[in-house]
Write a protein that binds this ligand. Structure first.
Ligand code: B12
Ligand code: SF4
Length: 477
């Protein structure tokens, strides 16, 4: 039996991520491959680096996709099903929109797959038949629902046990042929799942419903997996590494002897804790991603992100920089309290505090989030084409204090300002942290604006691709 796993990408990712200076891989499919029983042969294509051959037949194809990549995943599913290959899909979009996904694939996996994947594969092997309706599969409460079109939805109400997870199959991460293959790393790992906060635009509280009860992999297992990664650079794809400082500090102590360079996501609360920063730095942390999101405190309050304090941003940066740690901030435009002045203010504040780098995005109300529910209730969702839910090319709802076009233009303007040579110089002169990699990284982002502009042009271009809209994808109702 042969299962082919595909990390499906959206147009924007294909045009920008493949060109990134340092390429961190996705972890999902290498982990799923590790969870696959050895009697199955496993192969993997990550579309960032390789094209998928839809003419090949397999016993099963597995797809993963975030919302903007879902329509393309459906295209792949249709091509494989046409050649007789059954298709399973999981990941964020399948978890949030299982009924829609079930219109395009044979098997949908909702949520974490640890308990479900071996079960699904066993069902495929023995060509298990289930009558329509819901069937409990085992004592964990794992169940399968057979929909009227014959598609099966697998769910497991109990959260996955993170102790004893097999190491991800990093041998299935193949660097692409591009110029930047030399900087591709296999060093992606995850130590925790969940986040105790409830920001209203975020899918994590929905994805991990018991978000407040975070789960942690045993420190020694994480350290052993990191030690086995051949690359020096490692990214922890955790949502909030600092959620439990005790756990994080124990992990940092265990990482220190491994002499890796690593980065992860946390909140600005971690920067108030000098011991956290000192241990992170001593164990090789070079940069932390923090979702600052806004320089306008009422916008943060409105999005249930009051744990961010704009007044402390400067101090947060100073503390991180004192430890030699750079900060990559998440910045979003389009909050309910954002007015047309927010763009210039953001650019000014980011320059004044010496921010190292930022991921600047448009707010996207992903289905299943409180932000989506509110905008849907108020009739303000204006675009239901998932390909546009990439946070970079389209405003998909009517903002409260400006027009969609004002928001899009303001976002584009702010991004161009932030990555202008003058602004980069001003920020990094203040930061003076890791300049030997921070300067090329900023320049890389500046050059990446071209790829984003091309993707924007392609996605705004009416044509055959535009016809695969949400209606074809099953709509949102
Ligand atoms: C790392 C990461 C990235 C990386 C790499 C992308 C990636 N997909 O790995 C980068 C920085 C590139 C990125 C980009 C984006 N990301 Co991102 N990212 C993450 C993050 C933090 C971790 C992903 C991860 O590795 N998880 C660990 C793995 C093991 O978990 P998993 O993927 O959920 O897989 C498990 C199950 O879902 C299931 N499963 C998953 N797929 C499949 C498939 C099959 C067949 C089966 C059986 C099971 C299965 O099995 C796994 C084991 O239990 C998640 C948050 C999160 N905690 O998941 C956000 C997240 C996936 N990203 C998100 C978003 C919005 C984006 C962007 C759109 C952001 C942007 N504006 O550019 C882009 C989209 C890019 C893309 N095409 O995916 C959202 C997705 C929301 C949504 N509705 O789709 C998330 C959930 C974050 C959030 N706060 O809401 N992201
Ligand atoms: S802090 Fe980050 S991961 Fe946690 S709920 Fe908010 S946005 Fe999501």
């Amino acid at each position: 039996m042969h299962v082919h796993l595909i990390t499906a990408e959206d147009t924007l990712s294909l045009r920008t991520r493949a060109r990134e200076l340092i390429r961190f891989p996705q972890l999902t499919m290498p982990l799923l491959a590790a969870l696959t029983p050895p009697r199955w042969q496993v192969s993997h294509t990550d579309e960032i680096t390789h094209a998928v051959d839809t003419r090949r037949r397999y016993d099963l194809v597995g797809l993963t996709a975030a919302t903007p990549g879902a329509p393309h995943a459906y295209e792949l599913a249709a091509a494989f099903r046409a050649n007789g290959t059954p298709v399973a899909m999981g990941g964020p979009h399948a978890t949030l929109m299982p009924s829609e996904v079930a219109e395009h694939v044979n098997y949908v996996v909702v949520g974490e797959a640890e308990a479900l994947w071996p079960r699904l594969l066993a069902d495929v092997e023995r060509e298990a038949k289930y009558p329509p309706g819901r069937h409990v599969l085992d004592a964990t409460g794992a169940n399968v629902e057979v929909l009227p079109n014959g598609a099966r939805v697998y769910r497991c109400p109990t959260p996955a046990n993170l102790a004893g997870l097999p190491p991800a199959r990093r041998d299935l991460i193949r660097p692409g042929p591009g110029w930047n293959q030399w900087w591709a790393t296999r060093g992606a790992i995850i130590a925790t799942r969940g986040c105790p906060h409830h920001c209203d635009y975020c899918t994590i509280p929905r994805f991990y419903p018991r978000a407040a009860q975070m789960r942690f992999r045993p420190v020694e297992e994480v350290a052993a997996e990191v030690a086995a990664i051949p690359d020096c650079g490692v990214v922890f794809w955790d949502d909030n590494m600092g959620a439990n400082p005790r756990y994080a500090k124990a992990l940092f102590r265990a990482l220190a002897p491994l002499r890796k360079w690593w980065t992860t996501q946390t909140t600005m609360l971690s920067a108030r804790d000098d011991e956290f920063l000192a241990l992170a730095a001593a164990s090789g942390c070079k940069a932390l991603f923090m979702g600052f999101e806004s320089v306008h405190q009422p916008s943060l309050q409105g999005a249930c992100k009051g744990h961010n304090k704009v007044a402390e941003y400067r101090d947060v940066l100073r503390r991180c920089h004192d430890h030699g740690i750079a900060v990559q901030a998440g910045i979003m435009f389009g909050f309910e309290e954002d007015g047309p002045d927010v763009f210039a203010r953001t650019v000014d504040v980011m320059g004044a505090i010496g921010l190292d780098n930022a991921t600047i995005s448009l707010l996207v109300p992903y289905p299943g989030t409180p932000a989506w529910d509110k905008l849907e209730r108020e009739g303000r969702i204006i675009d239901r084409d998932w390909r546009h839910y990439n946070a970079k090319t389209h405003v998909v709802y009517r903002p409260r204090r400006m027009s969609p076009d004002e928001l899009l233009r303001g976002y584009e303007w702010a991004k161009t300002q932030f990555y202008s040579p003058g602004h980069i110089f001003k920020r990094l002169l203040k930061s003076r942290t890791g300049l030997w990699w921070n300067v090329p990284r900023n320049v890389g982002y500046m050059l990446g604006l071209t790829g984003e502009a091309r993707a924007r042009a392609a996605l705004h271009q009416p044509g055959p691709a535009e016809e695969v809209g949400p209606a074809a994808a099953g709509g949102l109702s």
